[in-house]
Design a binder for this molecule. Sequence first.
Ligand SMILES: [Zn+2]
Length: 209
Amino acid sequence: MQQPHPNPALAASVLVLNRGYMAVHIVNVRRAFGLLYRALAEVLDVDEGQFANYDFATWLEISELRAEERKAEDDWISSVSFDVQVPRVIRLTRFDRVPKHTLRFNRRNLFARDNNSCQYCGTNLPSSQLSMDHVMPRSRGGETSWENVVCCCVSCNSRKGNHTPHEAKMRLLRQPKRPRQSPLLAAKLKNPKYATWRTFLGSSTMDVA
Ligand SMILES: [Zn+2]
């Protein structure tokens, strides 16, 4: 069970780019500062539309200057003697590889695709009260895939049982498809906090762990 963060800034995510400015993955704030501290990464900051690269020492100085006029969408963490702004994007200074991104089919991504709502009755529920339904039942050759599995509430799931929607006289609200982009990533990209990510992730199929 994950403990709530004492400082919500620590729950923020940081986008990691490789040396060639391609998105590699998304890490938490602690990991990002670890990479910066060990000089394995630098901050890629956007200020008034301009990108600038900073090593960790410079970033600490910039944070000191900016601490006076903090923007609402920025996150800050405090150490004993000073405050540091949480960077949104960092760039690995020695890593060139281009990772292959594939969106994993799993419960978390599936529920996010379906907005945590039952695809038969439309009820919106927490993940713990939802299940995965095979539209064409598994026992009848139905695949476990984006196209054949939907988010489903317990009562629709038991009503449907081992039947096709047609046999059970149930109707899917929409045809299930593989999402073009990770639904969790798409949600983050809508958040003004992560506006700078759009430059690097606009069409990315990166998965978000
Ligand atoms: Zn339902």
